[in-house]
Ligand binder design. Structure first.
Ligand SMILES: C[S@@+](CC[C@H](N)C(=O)[O-])C[C@H]1O[C@@H](n2cnc3c(N)ncnc32)[C@H](O)[C@@H]1O
Length: 248
């Protein structure tokens, strides 16, 4: 595929304006699928990737009482599984979900190389739409999503879908770029086309989470990093799906 950055794609979207992602029939999700398919094999070697995801995953482990005998986890937009592999020893089962077959293949290759049975850890290629029968109706104690919200076309919609997959009392944990005081981070031109946003303020995510009925919102800064030549900070936002009785 040609480098999409040379295709004249507008990138105002990364500054939060109203926008249209369709170019030649490709929308933001298509750009992401193709971009991550192409970059899957190099992903884990990206400087800082392992360090960053290790910090994020370790912070996630403190936000729920993970139990290797019972905790069922979804890692949405799981990529190659950098987060999953840290959560796995503390979980009964992890399901990775990602739009990119290349990323899913890397994830599953590592799982089989480690001799882990697929019933315990496996990724599937899927963009969740909230339709009946997705993931066989499995419900999760914890759903994590790391460094991917800024790639999603509509985070209200994604959050609504993810909340549907949570058990009552379950927790949603989203790690993403922390928007800095001056607004957006600068993303190099060649990566612009896969971004919807340059990051989120904690209050942005609180609003999105609470709109979907989550409670006990909390957030913290979990890492500072350098990636694609930029300085960034990562926030982890966490909230709880109320138990049914609490909603009465
Ligand atoms: C920056 S990577 C993060 C991967 C992993 N969560 C981690 O922290 O290492 C973003 C991931 O989001 C996935 N992605 C992008 N858009 C998506 C969408 N609409 N639905 C599902 N996954 C998507 C990409 O394929 C990619 O694997």
């Amino acid at each position: 595929m040609a480098d999409a950055s040379s295709a004249g794609h507008h990138h105002e979207h990364a500054h939060g304006h109203a926008h249209d992602h369709s170019h030649g029939g490709k929308d933001l999700a298509d750009f992401n699928r193709d971009y991550f398919d192409e970059n899957a094999d190099k992903y884990d070697e990206m400087p800082g990737a392992i360090e960053l995801t290790t910090k994020v995953a370790n912070a996630m482990l403190k936000k729920f009482k993970f139990d290797e005998d019972s905790t069922v986890v979804m890692d949405y937009a799981c990529g190659t599984g950098l987060i999953s592999r840290i959560l796995a020893p503390h979980s009964k089962k992890i399901v990775g979900v990602d739009i990119s077959q290349g990323m899913v293949n890397r994830y599953n290759l590592r799982v089989s190389n480690q001799g882990i049975p697929p019933e315990e850890m496996q990724a599937v290629r899927l963009e969740l739409k909230g339709e009946e029968g997705e993931l066989d109706g499995t419900k999760f104690d914890v759903i994590v999503c790391s460094m991917a919200y800024h790639h999603f076309p509509d985070i209200d919609d994604t959050t609504r879908i993810l909340v549907n997959f949570l058990k009552p009392g379950g927790r949603l944990m989203v790690a993403d770029l922390l928007k800095n005081e001056s607004g957006s981070m600068l993303i190099p031109e060649k990566h612009q086309h896969v971004f919807e946003r340059h990051g989120y303020a904690p209050e942005d995510l609180r609003t999105v989470f609470e709109k979907q009925g989550l409670t006990n919102f909390e957030w913290e800064q979990v890492a500072e990093f350098k990636m694609h030549g930029m300085d960034g900070k990562t926030l982890l936002a966490v909230a709880t799906k109320p138990a049914v009785s609490a909603a009465l």
